[in-house]
Design a protein around this ligand. Structure first.
Ligand code: HXC
Length: 514
């Protein structure tokens, strides 16, 4: 073949692959409100930055007439590119090619790009849109999934891993996203389930739609499998880009520093928290009143809303924020909120992001449901995560810090570097009402006027313990400060803790209460 014919041949082969599953399949994809795999990559990465790998990889299956089928790129597009100027590894499954199903070579393309990411310290973004294991390839496809799960685990805590669910994600396929750090879903497009509606009908005789079983809302609000929910694909990509402004590229680096900006004047810290400790408020207003530009990027916004987690900046530096949410269930800790916060704390610790914790909670949620759901086991995850974290840890007690909740919310006893309290803080074993009822049960019962006697004892207990000064006198907190001094104190604490080093006894790894 002459050199010019070789060029013609190259363009012909390239065009063939770039056509994916063909016009009909692409039209079907678009009719469902979905972009094609290639368009998704281009929409997410910086313009013109994508470099594709393995364009000419072909499947090797010869069974079930597969030898007659061409599957361009074997149903997945892989490569590298940049997001806000920083390099990332990316793959996008192409549903127009055999339903994006995962065969041996498809999996090899993905694992190659994952190995690359781990070695070179780049985040991995996986765009999932697939019918799952390619049925014709049998155990080879299962092996492919196993190899991906293995690398997800190796990459964990080394490089950030992002999963975007933009189509079906069925069977074992859901476990790769579940092993990654952040899962993004899109309304009506994302579906995640282990066993689909057909299996449920056969085994359990129950009819359920794919949407009700494992649609975007289900995972963003009920199961907690998804961290971010978007109304459409472009908004989802916008969220991913925003996330990348807050996190570092690997565990050897810190997140990029931005120019410091004061909070917006509309957020007045003095007016957020009601004096009456039984009155709710939105703790996000406290966060926005102290962080740069009042810009708080919330994670898991619609799940376990009694705790709030997310990223903000203080003086330009990324901080992981954990805060009880008095507006929902009075901000109690329960099974889901403990899981949510523990996982976030571990991400921040792995990726050098200091933690600021805002405390206002009456304790753990009481009840048979919670006990039977394992609140002991799940609650312990949060104790473990805060204790294990060696990044700078700053804690601000706003109002209630009762019982186990006080300890769990990054108290000094779990290794916080700075603990400060507002004058409104109440640090005690439990609330005054409960405490008086227990301590003076007999006296209340035998009093001439039980109600008046109880009120008197509640007032005495409040006077003694519903303040920050008992804890301050014992040195459990470092300072009592007014709300308006909070931002300055936190910025100072973050600055002086910037070079914190904390060594622990050598071990292979700890055993958190998974
Ligand atoms: C091979 C597949 C496929 C698969 C879809 N296709 N899934 N080919 N293996 N797993 C093909 C279809 O045959 C079809 O090919 C094309 O992709 C588009 O699929 P449709 O069914 O027409 O699309 P749609 O109606 O949108 O339905 C999408 C779907 C459905 C819900 C995902 O295709 C489906 O239920 N697929 C099977 C899902 C599944 O059971 N997967 C295995 C899970 S078990 P043509 O040629 O007609 O265009 C698993 C184990 C992994 O993954 C364990 C790891 C530990």
């Amino acid at each position: 073949m002459s050199p010019s014919n070789k060029h013609i041949d190259f363009h012909k082969r390239t065009d063939q692959v770039l056509r994916g599953g063909g016009n009909k399949a692409i039209e079907r994809q678009m009719a469902l409100g979905k972009l094609t795999a290639r368009d998704r990559i281009h929409a997410l990465l910086d313009a013109g930055s994508f470099h594709e790998y393995d364009l000419f990889v072909e499947h090797r299956c010869r069974d079930f007439d597969m030898d007659k089928k061409e599957l361009p790129g074997d149903g997945v597009i892989t490569g590298t590119g940049t997001i806000i100027g920083h390099p990332v590894c990316i793959y996008a499954q192409d549903f127009t090619v055999a339903g994006g199903s995962l065969g041996l070579m498809h999996a090899r393309k993905i694992t190659k790009i994952m190995d690359h990411a781990i070695k070179l310290g780049m985040p991995i973004i996986g765009i999932n849109d697939s019918g799952g294991a390619r049925i014709q390839e049998g155990v080879d496809s299962l092996a492919g999934y196993g190899e991906i799960f293995y690398r997800n685990t190796l990459a964990s805590g080394i490089v950030p891993q992002i999963s975007v669910i933009l189509g079906p994600c069925a069977g074992g396929a859901v476990y790769s996203p579940a092993l990654t750090d952040f899962v993004f879903v899109v309304d009506k497009i994302s579906k995640m389930f282990i066993t689909g509606p057909e299996v449920i009908k056969t085994v359990l005789g129950e009819e359920i739609s794919m949407e009700d079983l494992g649609g975007a809302r289900v995972h963003a609000e009920i199961s907690g499998n998804a961290h971010f929910y978007a109304p459409n694909e472009l908004e989802c990509f916008h969220q991913i880009k925003k996330l990348f402004t807050f996190i570092p590229w690997n565990n050897r680096e810190k997140a990029e520093r931005f120019p410091p900006r004061p909070p917006k004047p509309s957020h007045d810290i003095e007016r957020v928290v009601p004096m009456d400790s039984r009155k709710p408020y939105d703790v996000r207003d406290v966060i926005c009143a102290v962080c740069d530009n009042s810009d708080f990027f919330e994670i898991h916004k619609n799940w376990a809303a009694n705790i709030v987690v997310g990223f903000a900046r203080f003086d330009g530096e990324t901080i992981g924020v954990v805060a009880n949410q008095p507006m929902v269930l009075a901000g109690v800790l329960d099974v889901d909120s403990s899981d949510k916060a523990a996982r976030f704390v571990r991400f921040c610790d792995a990726f050098n992001i200091p933690l600021v914790t805002f405390v206002d909670l009456p304790g753990y949620l009481p009840g048979v449901d919670q006990e039977h759901a394992g609140v002991i086991r799940h609650g312990a995850k949060l104790l473990y995560a805060f204790s294990e974290a060696t990044v700078p840890k700053m804690t601000v007690i706003l109002r209630k810090a009762y019982g186990g909740g006080y300890i769990a919310m990054c108290s000094r006893h779990l290794g916080a570097d700075f603990v400060i309290a507002w004058p409104t803080a109440e640090i005690a074993v439990m609330g005054p009402e409960g405490a008086a009822n227990i301590i003076f049960r007999n006296e209340i019962a035998s009093a001439a006027d039980p109600d008046a006697f109880r009120k008197q004892k509640v007032a005495e207990y409040t006077e003694k313990f519903a303040n920050p000064y008992v804890a301050a006198a014992a040195g459990h907190i470092d300072a009592v400060i007014t709300p308006k001094d909070t931002r300055d104190f936190l910025i100072h604490a973050i600055q002086i803790a910037g070079h914190k080093t904390e060594s622990r006894p050598v071990r292979k790894h700890g055993i958190p209460p998974f």
